[in-house]
Design a protein around this ligand. Sequence first.
Ligand code: SF4
Length: 448
Amino acid sequence: MIFLLIIQNGGIHMEYATQMDAARKGIVTKEMEIVAKKENIDVESLRQLIAKGQVIIPANKNHKCLDPNGIGNKLRTKINVNLGTSRDCVDLDMELDKVNNAVKMGAEAIMDLSSFGDTQKFRRKLTAECPATIGTVPIYDAVVYYHKALKDITAQEWLDVVEMHAKDGVDFMTIHCGINKATAKKFRADKRLMNIVSRGGSIIYAWMEMTGNENPFFEYYDRVLEICREYDVTMSLGDACRPGCIMDASDISQIEELVTLGELTRRAWEKDVQVMVEGPGHMPLNQIKANMEIQQTICKGAPFYVLGPLVTDIAPGYDHITAAIGGAIAATYGASFLCYVTPAEHLRLPDLNDVKEGIIASKIAAHAADIAKGVPGAMDWDYKMDKARKVLDWEAMFDVAIDPEKARAYRASSKPEKEDTCSMCGNFCAVKNMNKIMEGEIVSIFDE
Ligand code: SF4
């Protein structure tokens, strides 16, 4: 174990570049202390997981108000909420309202996917005021920022936007470096139904086709890593070839790109850059477990960040449910970070209510997986609900409900004849009747 201690201004200053670098040098950072406390694990075990790359703490040095979170499959499953302006919806205040609500509702991360207007203003506001982990996709922003023909953006300009986001305090960035010329060749040879559905992936693929150049994020990957190391930006290795329909799941393009992402993970770790790997997408339920296991072996246990997976394609308007089913299974078998999906997916930019529905669905999926994985303390929440239900303590049930407001509104909308029951079974309330008979009391369905 190496400690690097530098005496500075009369105090001890520990020198490190990234959380991973610190962990490898045996240094326990203040972020590690906070995360260990939140996760109820000992800080030395956490440090070792970070040193191996199996846990990340995205924490840009310029995001001063960050309340850090750890991501890794030995920890509680975390959720991300995508927000941001678009050409059709450029109301910054509305997006900020969504951010504040998302944080209040327990989202650990916010991805700013703004693709219209003054994106830097919104991004800087987020990293100045928002304690959640902040992520971005510099590819979208480059297109807005340069405001010129896609094919005329230079490799250097793409990289400059990565540096700008890093300076602005972004904790993690999705960078689509896995779709290189070799992957693109496989993608063209092995036809798929939905082509590329990743927004960033489709932009960089089009740029490669129009310029004939290699993906700049792949070609100049070492430069990207230097930037990430300087600010401690976590790389979120984007999956341009994530399946966009269940027919395309686990095909050659997806797996070819995953192999490249495994190599890029190793190269990032060589520079002490923290990494997570993005995953599917749309995927039949029976393929999810195998996909999680393959990712864990190819990317050597790097945290997996899944976008769904949506287990069926037939439910526009209900894709928060199709994604929650897939997310719960994915997190049970290895994913550690779920990107929320709202009922508006595939249909429109989500409004405030869509965001709420998406967060709740995603949190349910994450919590269900934490119970299945045996995350310490995960079942305590359920135990509180169970105890309240057993004694028909409605106020206690509302207090621990994942969405107290909805639970209260439902009960209030259909008053039972007997206050202690609900209108579902009324006098037939099994809980009430069993409580009575177990206490030796008479149970009478109609004579009360
Ligand atoms: S009335 Fe039925 S649904 Fe309602 S609390 Fe009793 S057993 Fe449960």
